[in-house]
Design a protein around this ligand. Structure first.
Ligand code: ADP
Length: 378
């Protein structure tokens, strides 16, 4: 077989929602009050109006107003503004899918404190296995997968053949663990391909042909994650979970008897909890864990700030991608070749006011980043 040549071409820049140059899209989602919070709090400290999100602390009278691409109010079902899983997918996931089939990379990452709804948004209710969920409860990842296969099944163009692969990894303590291959031990190495960008060497990439196949792999991966958690005394809230779907489209051109390939990578990232770990007086191993997870999240913050500055002022600040495993692997998704969506999840409780404020400040910087997406084809 001949070597692959990747001809990158830029599409028009600007307002187009498909490919090209575009800002990172940022959404904020506020979950319901938990049973415990309900007893303590009479009213949530968050209100939303169109794209506006307002944080208001009744105790201190502190009030902050933010504007994002989307504000998802998921506090109570009774409210007419309530937004469920399907709406979140229609607003964010649909476009990711559209981009992927056009040959662009895409990334969705969930950012927020532990317990704010990151896993719920990405996967669905975290207490139960994927295979046990009701349709409305399904999160972004299962919906995306479902739609990818529905689209492939509906394809009537016989000159196009599709291939879908998935990988699932966890970044814990700056090390990468393969969640689809539990026998793999130790730290997988990071590498960088000249054209396709950073990747994890030796990470399993499994071909899948249905959503139920993906579902069982995800359940398996989550079990591995959970086992590591109990056996090695880890906290999953301190690790980053990265689920990657690669869609390859091979097209046959009858006139020239040649084939061309388009490849796109969809990265779905459930980040570690954004809360500060310093306060609790951690020692020993826990301290190491805390500090290296902070390292990935801190570096992500620095990368976001530097990129936002560069986009806003046309500056050329150095971007410290290489300073952490997470930012190294997300390099493409942040300021690079990808269409990227960030979902900032927050609690509605007054007790979490400061954490919610810090999450929204983080998200506010991310929305200024401009990505330059190009089609991966040869
Ligand atoms: P995180 O991943 O940020 O730690 P989780 O996704 O585990 O948070 O959510 C914490 C709890 O809140 C879970 O019990 C989850 O089912 C519930 N929850 C989170 N977001 C929502 C939502 N939008 N609607 C209903 N329940 C939610």
């Amino acid at each position: 077989p001949r070597p692959k040549h990747h001809h990158h071409h830029k599409t028009k820049a600007g307002g187009s929602t498909i490919g090209g140059d575009a800002k990172v899209k940022v959404a904020v989602r506020v979950r319901p009050l938990s049973a415990k919070e309900k007893k303590l709090d009479r009213e949530p400290c968050v209100t939303m109006q169109d794209t506006q999100t307002i944080l208001h602390n009744p105790k201190t009278e502190k009030r902050k107003v933010f504007n994002f691409d989307h504000s998802f109010w998921s506090v109570n079902h009774e409210d007419e503004h309530f937004v469920g899983q399907e709406h979140v997918f229609e607003s964010l996931g649909r476009e990711v899918l559209e981009n992927a089939f056009q040959g662009y990379n895409a990334c969705v990452f969930a950012y927020g404190q532990t317990g704010s709804g990151k896993t719920y948004t990405m996967m669905g209710p975290p207490q139960r296995q994927q295979s046990q969920l009701q349709k409305e409860e399904l999160g972004m990842i299962p919906r995306l997968c479902d739609d990818i296969f529905a689209r492939i099944a509906a394809n009537e163009d016989e000159t196009i053949k599709y291939k879908v692969d998935v990988s699932y990894m966890e970044i814990y303590n700056e090390k990468v663990q393969d969640l689809l291959n539990p026998t793999q031990r130790g730290n997988l190495r990071l590498r960088e391909h000249k054209i396709l960008g950073p990747y994890v060497e030796g990470l399993s990439k499994l071909a899948v042909n249905s959503y139920s196949h993906i579902k069982s792999l995800m359940d398996q991966g989550n079990k591995v994650r959970h086992t590591a958690e109990t056996q090695m005394n880890r906290e999953s809230s301190r690790s980053h979970a990265v689920f990657t779907i690669t869609v390859t489209q091979a097209r046959y051109f009858a006139a020239t008897k040649t084939t061309g390939e388009k490849m796109s990578r969809i990265s779905l990232v459930d980040l570690a909890g954004s809360e500060r770990h310093g306060k609790t007086g951690t020692t020993g191993m826990r301290l190491v864990e805390g500090s290296s997870i902070n390292k990935s999240l801190t570096t992500l913050g620095l990368v976001i700030s530097a990129l936002a500055d560069n986009s806003a002022a046309g500056k050329q600040r150095f971007i410290p991608y290489r300073d952490s495993t997470l930012t190294y692997l997300l390099k493409d998704s942040l300021g690079g070749n990808s269409r990227t969506v960030m979902v900032a999840t927050i609690s509605p409780s007054t007790f979490n006011f400061e954490e919610s404020l810090s999450t929204l400040r983080y998200a506010d910087r991310a929305k200024r980043i401009v990505n330059h997406a190009i089609v991966n084809e040869d």
